[in-house]
Ligand binder design. Structure first.
Ligand SMILES: C[S@@+](CC[C@H](N)C(=O)[O-])C[C@H]1O[C@@H](n2cnc3c(N)ncnc32)[C@H](O)[C@@H]1O
Length: 228
């Protein structure tokens, strides 16, 4: 069967692209404090649906308003701030390899008063010496999509796609949840990338289905995995 999970290398897969992107967003925020930057997949209501998913599943497995969470490739940190707005007040960490993103998210957090339970750190999630501890919930909104465009390779010619699930396993407590949203991968491709003996599909978020020329599909998907 054809491997459809290989993507082309693009500037969206480079740290420089994201440093420049968040430097500009920081500048915009300094001029207008209401401008907290781009909210990825806003058109699809992805952030809203991810938060709603966690609200609806409060009490299941390790999901609670006190859950310890980490957002991978957090960008402007908006997903974590939205969780704060929905009464999640456990410790939340946003990690991003762009220091500009970390400074931007930290600045917003402080300015808007979310800094009692959110914190931000600069790290490459593939750095083997990065060890932030274990979490009840790991989040990814659009980050695997960007990572897949990096063309980065590891030992034995392994790609970021090959090693991504080991990063998730390292970060999750047993019974913890990994909730990911992608617009570059289909639901089945996401499952092929993430699912392992220890990470199993738990639930999915439903999005409106479009139909064109007799073909049905969605432009975005979110899947929740549970660590065994
Ligand atoms: C498409 S943006 C999504 C940002 C945010 N999750 C959102 O929904 O607005 C991808 C993010 O992943 C970050 N990123 C890419 N590769 C990374 C890596 N290896 N480690 C940490 N962050 C990374 C980028 O700096 C960028 O902020």
């Amino acid at each position: 069967m054809e491997d459809t999970t290989r993507l082309n290398v693009s500037k969206l897969g480079t740290k420089k692209y994201w440093d420049d992107f968040y430097a500009l967003e920081r500048e915009n925020f300094s001029k207008n404090p209401e401008d907290t930057g781009e909210c990825w997949f806003d058109d699809n209501g992805a952030e809203e649906r991810m938060v709603e998913f966690l609200v609806d599943n409060d009490g299941e497995l390790r999901i609670s308003t006190q859950s310890k969470m980490i957002d991978l490739g957090t960008g402007n940190g908006h997903l974590l701030f939205e969780l704060c707005e929905n009464d999640f007040d456990g410790p939340m960490v946003g990690v991003d390899y762009s220091e500009e993103s970390v400074q931007f998210a930290s600045h917003i957090s402080k300015a808007k008063g979310y800094d009692t339970n959110t914190s931000f750190m600069a790290a490459d999630i593939f750095d083997s010496s990065w060890s932030p501890g274990k979490f009840d919930i790991v989040l990814d909104k659009g980050t695997l999509d960007a990572i897949a465009l990096s063309g980065k390779k590891f030992a034995n010619d392994k790609t970021v796609i090959d090693v991504y699930s080991t990063v998730i396993e390292k970060l999750l407590e047993s019974g913890g949840i990994f909730l990911i949203t992608s617009c570059n991968f289909t639901e089945q491709e996401l499952i092929n990338i993430v699912q392992t003996d220890r990470l199993k599909v738990w639930k999915r978020i439903n999005y409106p289905v479009y139909e064109f020329g007799g073909v049905k599909g969605t432009t975005i998907c979110s899947v929740a995995f549970v660590k065994q």
